[in-house]
Design a protein around this ligand. Sequence first.
Ligand code: PLP
Length: 435
Amino acid sequence: MQSLWMPFTANRSFRRAPRMLVQASGMYYRSDDGRSILDGTAGLWCVNAGHCREPITRAIQQQAARMDYAPPFQMGHPLQFEAADALARIAPARLQRVFFTGSGSESVDTALKIALAYHRARGQGQRNVFIGRERGYHGVGFGGISVGGIPGNRKVFHGALLPHVDHLPHTHDPEHQGFARGQPAWGAHLADELERLVQLHDASNIAAVIVEPVAGSTGVLVPPQGYLQRLRALCDKHGLLLVFDEVITGYGRLGAPFAAQAFGVIPDILVTAKAVNNGTVPMGAVLLREDLADTVIEAAEDGAIELPHGYTYSGHPLAAAATVATQQLYADEGLLERVRRDAIDTHWEQALHALRDAPHVRDIRNIGLMGAIELHARPDGAGRRGHDVFTRCFELGALVRCTGDTIALSPPLIIERAQIDQLADTLRQALRATP
Ligand SMILES: Cc1ncc(COP(=O)(O)O)c(C=O)c1O
């Protein structure tokens, strides 16, 4: 317990009461004391096909024995091309080029860099302002925390943030949207704030706008009806690139391959990671318009490296093998559409909203197979009640996630109705037992 500094963890309290997972299969983890734990979070929004799926495990094992590593710079290996093709097949028709990274944070930084490189390649290098959004989470790279809007993630690093960044207001307003089912009716006008920021910075200086279609990490903030459409229209009007960070919403979470398709709003760059290969091997993938990539590629001299960017683990053979196997599994089982097709989202919505009368509940939100239960904060401190509910759920046999006083839920897409009910029952018990 002494050597490891755990990420995004209250290390001292963890050491006092560790929670250890030692095995996983399908919808369940097993804890070190032998208990079965229902996975209400798909690990960390990433295990969309459920745990330890045989075809993925086998593909990784075989690839590890065949070729463990290959350098991605100036060298190729067939699987990374296959993996890119697999993603292009499910991507919106406009986004057919793929750049691999090792994580969501790396994918975000990659998307920001591609935006800058694209504008420069077409003679508009002055476009260097990024517009993010309050309460956005875009990972922990300096680019990601700069465009992100989580005060706690920015405070310590304030002096080192990117210089030319502004933020849209977040879209969450419990007074107007409380207990909305799916997309709230109120709030599309908040997208018009982009018009104000364009006036302030001038369109000719702005490189890109980056948002999560559904803000996940700050508590599942579902976009108001029409909001994303308005953002898209304003980006088109002013020639700004629109980047969707789909690290959480990608790969079937909303009942379509990507939120872009679920909402019918297609960005210019789409950032993914996590469920790209079911969370098995670190991997991120940026999907983008082919003409963006081609503009950068064609602007460089023949023989020169066009984009001075990439990672040692871009398209890693094990990650690529896992991606090809995962995408095949998603296709074989129809998982990318299951949530809508089988009306799992309807059952999910009913089960969550039935908790409205449970103690401490302030708001409930849902879309696809994502959900959040926001609690009233306790007088002894913001976030304490949320953390207590999280630990009680774990004791009662379910893994949920707390972000402040909001319980966030995102189970694997293979969840059965009875398991949704089990998760809701566990939450009700935990809420009743928590002061
Ligand atoms: C929307 C979004 N972007 C980026 C990231 C960062 O991904 P990673 O932790 O793989 O760097 C996350 C992680 O949860 C995320 O939710």
